[in-house]
Design a protein around this ligand. Structure first.
Ligand SMILES: Nc1ncnc2c1ncn2[C@@H]1O[C@H](COP(=O)(O)OP(=O)(O)OP(=O)(O)O)[C@@H](O)[C@H]1O
Length: 312
């Protein structure tokens, strides 16, 4: 039986009259790398701030590593997590080593060897004596990650940790997270707008839209759902939809004025092309492809919008 690392039950958050999070129910098992996906303003950071105690919880329940958000034990649970929420808070005029030492002292884990080992782990050994304000954005992100890792957390909560990194930097952070997860069984909650990257890193996904968690799905289930897709570019999506309906070609989704996705790439594209042409619908392009996390996400949002979903 997997052990639950984090459980949110009916978590709602309001700023004034605006409901920013609405009845969030979310589960992260120990060992998960859980990707939190949502558009700008969907509520990802707010959720992470609630979990990490940076924002008061007034409605709902959060259980973190067995401790309830409303009880004293929660502070001990928080000591077992490492976080990057928004930009890592660094002392610009202190060196990499000094920044880490300050944090290590605050966390009660100040030990020169451990600090140096953490610097090495995130690939900053050459920058040990460099001041934080002389680091590149990617190096600052890595320093932030090093600070999060100092107390050897069981659980990492990372809000946009690969923001602004170059491709090599992204790969390095990906490897690092994989290593933490496999070698130290660290559970990870991570948000990013770079969905191709999240897809590579995560074992589960949660999709948040306008403050509601509209779906949680494991990577294998996502792959299964994503397996097939025929992308049609047509002159008239309404006419094309009628033909697809009439021919019982389904399921499909109209993506925009010119694009339809048929979620079944075992169908014969030549036959579909023929049927559409036969009905007088101009087909500009037709191709099969494996679905991406991005396609899955945008389709999910569109379906949710069609249902009229909103937090308030
Ligand atoms: N302190 C605050 N006071 C009032 N409104 C806030 C506050 N913090 C966030 N919000 C609002 O809550 C909503 C969700 O913001 P949040 O930062 O959680 O989104 P996000 O999903 O992290 O977005 P992004 O991807 O852009 O970082 C937004 O509409 C935002 O304006």
């Amino acid at each position: 039986m997997p052990t639950t690392a984090l459980q949110l039950s009916d978590v709602t958050k309001k700023f004034g009259r605006q409901t920013v999070l609405s009845n969030i129910n979310m589960t992260i098992q120990q060992g998960d790398i859980y990707g939190l996906i949502g558009e700008n303003g969907a509520g990802k950071s707010t959720l992470m701030r609630l979990i990490t105690g940076l924002s008061p919880l007034r409605s709902g329940q959060i259980m973190l590593l067995g401790a309830s958000r409303n009880q004293a034990g929660y502070n001990q649970a928080l000591q077992r997590i490492g976080t990057i929420i928004e930009s890592p808070a660094l002392y610009p005029h202190l060196t990499v080593y000094q920044n880490l030492m300050v944090s290590a002292k605050q966390k009660g884990v100040a030990n020169r060897q451990d600090v140096l080992a953490t610097i090495q782990f995130v690939g900053l050994t050459e920058k040990t004596k460099t001041k934080a304000n002389r680091l590149s954005l990617g190096q600052r992100q890595r320093l932030g990650l090093a600070i999060a890792l100092l107390a050897q957390p069981d659980f990492l909560i990372l809000d946009e940790p690969i923001n602004g990194l170059d491709p090599m930097g992204i790969i390095e952070i990906r490897d690092l997270l994989h290593r933490l997860n496999t070698e130290q069984q660290t559970t990870i909650l991570i948000s990013s707008h770079i969905l191709t990257e999240l897809y590579q890193v995560c074992t589960r996904f949660g999709f948040i839209h306008r403050g509601r968690l509209i779906q949680e799905i494991t990577k294998p289930a996502l792959d299964a759902a994503n397996q097939s897709g025929i992308i049609l570019h047509v002159a008239d999506v309404n006419a094309a939809s009628e033909v697809l309906d009439a021919q019982h070609i389904k399921p499909f989704n109209v993506m925009n004025n010119h694009q339809i996705i048929i979620y079944n790439n075992t169908l014969d594209t030549g036959e579909i092309n023929y049927q559409l042409n036969h009905a007088g619908v101009r087909v500009d392009d037709i191709q099969t492809q494996s679905g991406s996390l991005e396609t899955y996400f945008t389709t999910l949002l569109q379906k949710d919008d069609q249902k009229g979903g909103a937090a308030s």
